[in-house]
Design a protein around this ligand. Sequence first.
Ligand code: PMP
Length: 354
Amino acid sequence: MSRFFSEKYRSLVPYTPGEQPKELNLIKLNTNESPFPPSPKAVEFAKREAEKLQLYSDPECRDLVKTASDYFGVSQNEILFTNGSDEILNFAFMAFCDGAHSAAFPDITYGFYPVFAELNGVPFEEIPLKDDFTVDVNAFCGVNKTVFIANPNAPTGIALSLSDIEKIVKSNPDNIVVIDEAYVDFGAESAIKLIHKYDNLLVTGTFSKSRSLAGGRLGFGIANEALIKDLNTVKYSTNPYNVNRMTMAAGVGAIEDNEYFVNNCREIANTREYASEELQKMGFELTSSSANFIFAQSNKIDGKTLYLKLKEKGILIRHFDKERIKNYNRITVGTKEQMDLLLGAIKDINEEIV
Ligand code: PMP
């Protein structure tokens, strides 16, 4: 740390992203990317747009907003695009949290929430998941804080029902409830349909997972017009051109190629069920995942050792040091072939340790 670093950030512990190795021969099941390339239409649109990179991107993202608002069934004033959904989440902390509106989120959830809270000087409460790793819905009801819930949750993959989400939103009328739907397309129900019923609901989403655009960085928020206006005030006060031209065009292509998206989501959900069953046969205990990853604990080997042994064999999964989940690993659902290689490697490891 230099002697110039602001007092505000001196104790900040930044988010640690999953490893992004350069070696392409690794099987990468650690950051919940799609195993499939972007839609050919997304690639074609992005390539075309590359020829106009001398011009700034449209700060209003008009083409993308039009396509997306039709797709999601909301008006064009009810959606805002950002540089990945990390950016809209940070905007939400900036816009809707302060000393009087502290934040609340589960103790086991997306690791960026506490970092955004610290970054923005927002006090926060981590509400423990229940013993079965489900979100404690009653504990969030009437909590009177700005609520952040990933649905499905990460890294457990467990989804809340829409009625539980509604209970939380309804019981906190004076606070914003942010539902982070990064993984919703793999098997949970979206809360977007509730935004006209509740003025305190913000739903965030991403093109990083189900639409294979993690490297393009495209996220969004959907809420009533007044909330989107607030978020735009933050956006125009930080980075008006937050979504680049190529990504914006790729986003349009990705939405228009709906069949590609639907097929990929279905394929990933099927592969998740297949790999889950096989892992259970090998003695793993799993949460019930509605996401594009599996959260699993072996009855033969601790989480960290399994992670390290798989890494030696060229397979990357995600291990978290947090006490409550240290025996678990989060395994991104890859292609069926990748999952077979993973299952084979785990079988070999199990044989090595007996
Ligand atoms: N929310 C959750 C729950 C996530 O796991 C992630 C991915 N790390 C994000 C949001 C952010 O994803 P992105 O910025 O790529 O949209």
